[in-house]
Design a protein around this ligand. Structure first.
Ligand SMILES: Nc1ncnc2c1ncn2[C@@H]1O[C@H](COP(=O)(O)OP(=O)(O)OP(=O)(O)O)[C@@H](O)[C@H]1O
Ligand SMILES: [Mg+2]
Length: 259
């Protein structure tokens, strides 16, 4: 009887290995269709352009935990504009870990507000949003950049090489924040990215009437950015992006091109 129960647990964990949605379900989170697609995707580079509260941090924290549990010696980095926000993402991951913990899964051997080490050699590291302090990691399996539109370009440039040798994965997730910066550039022109856009209307947990009241409260500009995932001009921008683009002729040589 005990043997049969043990075998059932082993079978269950074996199916969770190949499907993170099953692990999520055991933690009490039934993933939305787009979250399931993301968890089942093997894309190396993904960008999630998603509304506030749509569940983007939740789903990436599940992916981070799943990678750590099932990929021995993996290194997962959680990055965002500030340490506080990276820790917020880590807390989501810890909550899922507490819910799915099992003697048959790797155990936490070290845990603090800055990360977690597992008995299979995997590590999850929480990073602050400062370029000088994030250098020095290599062999990264998964790099998650939350609130990516507000992360500085210099920081993005300094973390990308960490994936070079390991062939690791990267996920950028954010609401938009103006037509500038790497998040906007990768979303609009980046190749080899799996791109996912989820507006507030598409999230089953965001009430339509609440959304309409929110639009009236915060105004169209914020609403388009925060809930409709539009890259609207920054509010202090004097000329809009399209006008600047129209005014620039790529065929004209700069006057002082030689300098
Ligand atoms: N599939 C799901 N089922 C039930 N609840 C979910 C699901 N996905 C996310 N949630 C819940 O929805 C809320 C918002 O999720 P989350 O914080 O991941 O969203 P977010 O897009 O990162 O939001 P923000 O833009 O504010 O950072 C949380 O309370 C989370 O637990
Ligand atoms: Mg979030």
């Amino acid at each position: 009887m005990i043997q049969a129960a043990k075998r059932a647990i082993e079978r269950r964990l074996e199916s969770e290995r190949s499907d993170a949605c099953l692990m999520s379900r055991r933690a009490g989170i039934i993933t939305d269709a787009w979250q399931s697609d993301l968890l089942r995707s093997d894309a190396k580079q993904m960008i999630l352009l998603c509304s506030r509260q749509s569940g983007k941090s939740t789903v990436t924290s599940i992916l981070g935990l799943h990678t750590a549990l099932y990929k021995p010696d993996s290194l997962i980095l959680l990055l965002s504009p500030s340490l506080r926000q990276s820790q917020e993402l880590f807390r989501k991951l810890q909550d899922v870990y507490s819910a799915v913990e099992s003697p048959n899964l790797p155990q936490a051997t070290q845990e603090s507000a800055l990360g977690m080490g597992l008995s299979n050699g995997a590590r999850i590291v929480v990073l602050p949003g400062k370029e000088a302090t994030v250098r020095g990691f290599s062999g990264v399996s998964l790099l998650i950049i939350d609130e990516a539109s507000r992360v500085e370009d210099a920081l993005y440039q300094s973390v990308r090489p960490m994936l070079a040798v390991s062939g690791g994965r990267i996920i950028l997730l954010s609401t938009p924040f103006g037509k500038r910066g790497f998040f906007y550039n990768e979303w609009t022109d980046g190749e080899d990215w799996r791109k996912v856009k989820i507006t507030a209307d598409e999230c089953p947990r965001i009430d339509k009437e609440w959304l309409e009241r929110e639009r009236q409260m915060i105004g169209d500009w914020w609403f388009q950015q925060e809930y409709q995932c539009e890259f609207v001009e920054t509010s202090d921008q004097f000329f809009n992006y399209e006008d600047i683009e129209k005014a620039v002729d790529p065929d004209v040589e700069p006057l002082f091109g030689g300098y």
